[in-house]
Design a protein around this ligand. Structure first.
Ligand code: 3YE
Length: 198
């Protein structure tokens, strides 16, 4: 069985979905630990008898914070890291420590709407579809090899918050499908793309 460490910030849905799927047996992976840069999700994680580490970035430089993160991550010797709405840009040295071993879920249909607030960006642009993208993390934010994507229709009656709410379900399903494919060793990186055997 493969081991993962999950990194989170404040949002519970992507993390909660992975926890539930493992609990139900729908996802066959050992969640070695969850690390949050806030402490808000600790209670949820501990309900599943999984260790939670709060590694705050406050008062630390980015390299200092990453050194703390890396110490905890490495202690669990994971096969993969999953960024389940972890809202920090990782430095090249962190990325190099886990090459093509870090999976991120981004809440847009890439390459549209990179970076912060993609639902707000989608709302402002008036697109009729929103989506989510799971990709391997590389040095460039949201530019790494894409593993899995999906979209849903939206309309003029929806606010940016409505889109975010609807998008959460897409994020969850795209992330867990991508994770399953990677765990099953069906995903091969080829240049900045992937070859996925379904
Ligand atoms: N790092 C690299 N490449 C990637 N991190 C993530 C994906 C990804 C990555 O593909 N190298 C929000 C946008 C970042 C932001 O600017 N965050 C701030 C901190 C804000 C806070 O702590 O509340 C920052 O300075 O990092 C995961 C998604 C990152 C989203």
């Amino acid at each position: 069985r493969k081991r993962i460490v999950i990194l989170v910030t404040k949002e519970a849905h992507a993390l909660g979905d992975i926890l539930m799927k493992c609990f139900e047996g729908a996802l066959d992976v050992e969640i070695a630990a969850v690390i949050g840069n806030y402490d808000t999700l600790g209670k949820l994680v501990e309900k599943f008898d999984i260790p939670f580490h709060h590694v705050s970035h406050e008062g630390l430089s980015r390299p200092e914070h990453e050194a703390e993160l890396m110490k905890v991550v490495d202690s669990y010797r994971p096969d993969y890291l999953v960024l389940a709405k972890f809202m920090r840009i990782l430095t090249p040295s962190f990325v190099a420590a886990y090459p093509h071993k870090i999976i991120n879920i981004h809440h847009s249909f890439l390459p549209s709407f990179i970076g912060a607030n993609p639902y707000r960006q989608a709302f402002e642009r008036g697109v009729k579809m929103i989506g989510a993208t799971a990709h391997f993390v590389t040095d460039d934010l949201d530019e790494g090899p894409i593993i899995e994507q999906s979209v849903i229709h939206v309309n003029h009656a929806m606010s940016a918050n409505d889109m975010a709410r609807a998008g959460r379900d897409v994020e969850k399903s795209v992330l867990s499908r991508a994770l399953q494919l990677v765990l099953d060793e069906r995903v091969f990186v080829y240049g900045n793309k992937t070859v996925v055997f379904k």
